[in-house]
Design a protein around this ligand. Sequence first.
Ligand SMILES: O=P(O)(O)OC[C@H]1O[C@H](OP(=O)(O)OP(=O)(O)O)[C@H](O)[C@@H]1O
Ligand code: HPA
Ligand SMILES: [Mg+2]
Length: 187
Amino acid sequence: MGWYDADIERVIITEDELRAKVSELAKQVATDYESVDGLLLVCVLKGAVMFMADFSRALAAAGGPAVELEFMAVSSYGQGTTSSGVVRIIKDLDRDIAGKHVIVIEDIVDSGLTLSWLLRYLESRSAKSVDVVALFRKPDAIKVPVPVKYVGFDIPNEFVVGYGLDYSERYREVPFVGILHPDVYSR
Ligand SMILES: O=P(O)(O)OC[C@H]1O[C@H](OP(=O)(O)OP(=O)(O)O)[C@H](O)[C@@H]1O
Ligand code: HPA
Ligand SMILES: [Mg+2]
């Protein structure tokens, strides 16, 4: 029960399903990265903030390696529901990633434009390896193919909110993932 209830038309993924999936992804990564030293998790703000917080702890609980947490803020959606195609860096990395193993923590791969831009950027900064963990992906929306090693959920090509995902900066704190009533967009 919350202020947002009347705005949500349909829940797509519940809190329990999110928790279970984050833990499953963390177990896979813990196994694959068991012997990696100096791993950096790079969170793509703002959308991936909830996922980063939960995934990093699940990784530790699953016996994963020690990590450092880094944050980048990029934005291409602004106030709308489609990508502007122009990725803006709002906040850059604080440290040099040359020679480091990097895992990008992304909430959603929609058109793929953000991630494709980001992967090129991280490679230009000479990371030793770059893998991606994305909690959601929309297979029917992809415009540029991007290599995503770990995917939580493939979801329909509809605009979703919650668990970090916003519409015009709202609904990020909604604890599940859902679809908004159409009249929310005409307010
Ligand atoms: O695959 P794409 O079509 O590029 O979409 C995915 C990106 O879009 C959203 O970010 P947004 O630009 O909304 O910034 P935000 O995370 O601050 O909300 C989302 O968090 C991803 O980073
Ligand atoms: O479906 C979405 N919801 C919120 N933000 C997004 N950014 C890309 N796709 C989405
Ligand atoms: Mg957004």
